[in-house]
Design a binder for this molecule. Sequence first.
Ligand code: IMP
Length: 192
Amino acid sequence: MTVLVVATSNPGKLTEMQAHLAGLGWELALKPEALEVEETGDTFAENACLKASEIALATGEWAIADDSGLAVDALDGAPGVYSARYGKTDADRIERLLHELGNELNRDAQFVCVIAIARPDGTIALQAEGVCPGRILHSPRGDGGFGYDPIFYVPEQRLTFAEMSRDQKRLFSHRGKAFEALVPQLSQLTLS
Ligand code: IMP
């Protein structure tokens, strides 16, 4: 099996990625803890490619990275690529977002995810994007998931991400949709 280094230190993301890549013939390995890539890009795609590429080059193996975040319409797309840096903890980030949104009536938002896979030489082999539209609640609901999950409500499911089972979130989330686009392309990759 070919090793695929997962370029994340976020355990929530790792669990979701493992579920999506199970049974596809890759041996998943965690990136070395000390290896941190600064997210200097202005877009999710730039950051995903940067992380996959640098981790592949540093380890000499294939690498997969995702960059994701929440874009809130009434905040001109914030926190966007700064979603992880919006506060120190998940609770801080949620509190800041709810404070900035205040009583704004337009609560529309999208979770966006771009996944990139890099070859051992750092070149990008594949890239896929997934978007999940939803709304920001006035207060958190549900205990599952991670990050902004408790305030992100998906109207078609009538649930927040934090109220969904893992399988439900896998199906409907931005990451799920990005993997849905990526997986068929994965089987056509030439592993050389
Ligand atoms: P990054 O992709 O490592 O830059 O992190 C993106 C940040 O967006 C995470 O730290 C979370 O705060 C948030 N995020 C990304 N995906 C999700 C998700 O599925 N649920 C909740 N928050 C998420």
